[in-house]
Design a protein around this ligand. Structure first.
Ligand SMILES: [Zn+2]
Ligand SMILES: [Zn+2]
Length: 414
């Protein structure tokens, strides 16, 4: 809920960007078979079912409409601008969304808070309504470098599944412009997969319903008595190798908090297991020494390993064959950062707070900041700020404004 003055400032900088840079926007293949949609600045409504048939028209569209957010369908339709039931679906790319919001990063508790946008007041996450006006509070949705780093690690894990296990070749990776990353599989073979087949891919990547016995984790028994436990090895292909490698990592760390979180078991049990693992840690640095561990520890370790090795994707996005996805190399209206398309080889070193800052940085704006934890942009450090006036580069001011954490309006005119 931006004030008019805030909205005008953001809108004019987006406009300037598209006037100058519309030709750098990502142009999806088979553009004329896709549905486009966007959010307007003014009414903040979604306009959908648009048909754009060429890169030139796409650029014209961006300059003319100056969208707050812009999306295109992963699906190809015979009639992209028709109502949903008349579009005639002809296939769709396969998309994955990794959002830091769904990851259990330890920093969350430190930087999350709520705000009343009306009263411009910050509250702790436990509060539901504003003490001043009684209105509903909104999450600050703060993004920090650690959160984005975790999201990147999940994306790298996902890419490993897609390339190594599933053999996909034609992948597109992009920063979402806010809290995560998108991966799109463009290989033609997947185009006609339905929801159920896509769900199977999701289950594979998330390790859902994995049978430990089929992963080679077995007990040799004689007359019903357990003799020895055998398990997968690090050089095994696919999930077996993943479980083995993750087990070693976890065994060497032997961190009860991590175990307890990864397996949703009590801290007490996790602590017991960690103590046993510490006892055998030397053996585990050499090999997966499954045979040394008691049965319950093996079970817990393997379960934790599956969770640790799986990629934390948003399962709903991947199964949805009508999904719209953010257009690459456009500005995200929740941050003012670029939803940049990234070369896969460059993902590991990609720095979102450096490589996606595209709004003016040399022009300063004075804003009233409600609250901002410490953050870094283009190598400069800002904050922590609270209830203060600050002169900030335009891109930084807009980042805070779009998060409802700063305003150019006078405080009492709100
Ligand atoms: Zn309020
Ligand atoms: Zn964080």
């Amino acid at each position: 809920m931006l004030t008019q003055a805030d909205s005008r400032l953001v809108e004019s900088s987006f406009k300037k960007y598209y006037l100058e840079k519309a030709d750098t926007v990502y142009v999806p293949e088979r553009i004329s078979e896709r549905e486009f949609g966007y959010f307007t600045f003014q009414e903040r409504i979604m306009v959908r079912h648009l048909y754009i048939d060429s890169p030139e028209k796409l650029r014209e569209f961006l300059v003319k409409n100056n969208p707050l957010h812009v999306y295109h369908s992963l699906a190809f339709y015979k009639y992209p601008s028709a109502p949903m039931e008349e579009k005639e679906w002809m296939g769709a790319e396969l998309a994955f969304d990794i959002d830091a919001d769904h990851l259990k990063t330890p920093c969350k508790g430190k930087h999350d808070f709520k705000v009343c946008p009306k009263c411009f007041t910050a509250y702790s996450t436990q509060k539901e309504v504003c003490s001043n006006c009684g209105g509903a509070l909104i999450d600050s949705e703060w993004i920090c470098e650690l959160c984005l780093e975790s999201a990147k690690q999940e994306t790298l894990k996902l890419l490993d599944f897609l390339e190594e296990d599933l053999g996909f070749k034609n992948l597109k990776v992009a920063f979402s412009g806010n809290r995560g990353y998108h991966v799109v599989v463009k290989d033609e073979e997947i185009s006609e997969l339905g929801q159920i087949e896509r769900k199977e891919i999701v289950d594979y990547i998330t390790g859902t319903g994995i049978s430990m016995r089929l992963m080679g984790l077995v007990e040799d028994t004689v007359k019903g008595k357990a003799l020895k436990i055998r398990g997968p090895d690090i050089s095994d292909p696919g999930w077996r190798g993943r479980i083995a490698r993750a087990s070693i990592q976890l065994a060497l760390r032997a961190d009860p908090i991590e175990f307890s979180e990864l397996t949703s078991t009590s801290y007490k049990l996790a602590d017991k297991c960690a103590a046993i693992l510490r006892q055998f840690s030397e053996e585990w640095s050499e090999r997966c020494a499954w045979d040394l561990l008691p049965r319950n520890v093996v079970k817990l370790l393997a379960k934790a390993a599956v969770n640790h090795a799986s990629a934390k994707i948003d399962v709903v996005v991947t199964s949805d064959i009508h999904r719209l996805i953010r257009l690459g190399n456009t500005i995200n209206g929740k941050s003012g950062l670029l939803a940049r398309v990234i070369d896969i080889d460059e993902l590991e070193d990609f720095d979102p707070f450096l490589q996606t800052v595209v709004l003016p940085y040399d022009k300063m704006v004075e804003v009233r900041v409600l609250k901002a934890p410490k953050f870094r942009m283009l190598g400069e450090e800002y904050g922590p700020l609270e209830n203060t006036m600050a002169k900030l580069p335009m891109a930084v001011a807009i980042f805070l404004i779009l998060k409802n954490l700063a305003t150019v309006s006078k405080p009492y005119a709100l």
